[in-house]
Design a protein around this ligand. Structure first.
Ligand code: ADP
Ligand code: MG
Length: 347
């Protein structure tokens, strides 16, 4: 199957290049596999029901830092992030499993804290923890969660499906989780240098909360259902809008024009970005972990969402394939580069 004897660096492919390279060798053979690798979740037919299935891994030192991430919040966030991919298919989550790798650095009480967070998230999203796996780890805490959800076939929403002139909508606000992380990392550095100093987090409660206490937008899936809107394409914002735009556009064979003055950014995100000498709009485009939903709708569905402050139209699909343009407040147009989290990069 893989007979090449040369050595190719993973950094040459990047995360998405690696996934599509590996996926080429795994064509789905079962008729029940409606959708395999390549979207936020797979879609599987079981009798008359359709299930969405998705897996996410969280590794200490890569995805979270236990110096500032309380275990209870971490458990909650792991469930939220995994469930978010189910929402991205317009499905409602129903079950999760959790595999955990632990070292004896963790006490029973610590693991209980982690699971208390998972329990709270399960309760919030209406999912059952139905299994998992427990093993030892020599490289810190590792969590792998799989979420399952249910969806009617007529409502399944893929990354592909957007048509020219469809409106691009994002829920909530973006960039906050990334700015929250900048604050937490700054306070960690201060603490390591001056352990007697108390962290100053109060004035950053919203963005720190966005980082530590992520939520999945299960509520949005319910609202879309009530509004009788089936988005034409959808994904969740885990790597930043810029990166997700490339996925939606690439899968749908359209381009996107978006407008800087439409980007929903919380004032605390704006103030913090400016204090860090960063451009708030760039943070909104490239910051990850917001777990909002980014989707396209037909223009005639606009009336149904226009009064909901949680939904913001930030642009529209164009026939310029591979073109992702930001129209700035100053009236300029820039090509957007996908700068989401780059795994396997050399720096
Ligand atoms: P998301 O950010 O929405 O969780 P990913 O970028 O992690 O999505 O994954 C994109 C697609 O690739 C998904 O269909 C996922 O199931 C699949 N995928 C990711 N890693 C692997 C892997 N190692 N083997 C098989 N499929 C994978
Ligand atoms: Mg996703």
């Amino acid at each position: 199957m893989f007979e090449n004897t040369e050595r190719t660096e993973l950094s040459n492919l990047g995360e998405f290049g690696l996934i599509s390279h590996l996926a080429k060798h795994f064509e789905a053979k079962n008729p029940s596999t409606l959708l395999g690798i390549g979207d936020d979740a797979a879609i599987v037919k079981m009798g008359d029901a359709y299930m969405a299935v998705s897996t996410d891994t969280f590794i200490e030192g890569v995805h979270f830092d236990l110096m500032f991430h309380p275990l209870k919040h971490l458990g909650y966030k792991a469930v939220a992030a995994t469930v978010s991919d189910i929402c991205a298919m317009n499905a409602l989550p129903t079950q999760i499993t959790c595999a955990i790798g632990l070292s004896n650095r963790f006490s029973l009480e610590a693991v209980e804290e982690l699971y208390e967070g998972m329990r709270l998230a399960c309760e919030k999203y209406g999912v059952d923890l139905i299994g998992g796996d427990t093993s030892s780890s020599r490289s810190g805490l590792i969590l792998t969660l799989t979420a399952i959800g249910q969806v009617d076939l007529s409502k399944v929403t893929y990354r592909k499906g957007a048509s020219v002139n469809d409106l691009l909508v994002v829920t909530g606000d973006v960039g906050g989780a990334f700015m929250g992380l900048q604050i937490l990392e700054r306070e960690k550095k201060v603490f390591l240098e001056h352990p007697s100093m108390q962290p100053d987090l109060e004035s950053y409660d919203y963005i720190v909360g966005r980082q530590l206490k992520a939520e999945a937008r299960v509520d949005v899936i319910q609202i879309l259902d009530e509004l009788k809107i089936v988005p034409t394409s959808m994904m969740d914002v885990s790597d930043g809008i810029a990166s997700e735009l490339f996925h939606l556009g690439g899968a749908s064979n359209v381009g996107f024009d978006i407008y800087e003055d439409k980007l929903p950014i919380d004032p605390q995100t704006v103030d913090t970005a400016i204090a860090f000498d960063l451009n708030p709009s760039i943070m909104a485009l490239n910051g990850g972990e917001d777990y909002e939903l980014l989707f396209t709708i037909k223009q005639n569905d606009w009336d149904k969402i226009k009064n909901n402050p949680d939904f913001t139209v930030i642009g529209h699909a164009t026939d310029l394939v591979n073109s992702y343009r930001l129209n700035t407040k100053a009236g300029n147009t820039f090509d957007i580069k996908a700068q989401g989290w780059q795994h396997f990069s050399k720096d």
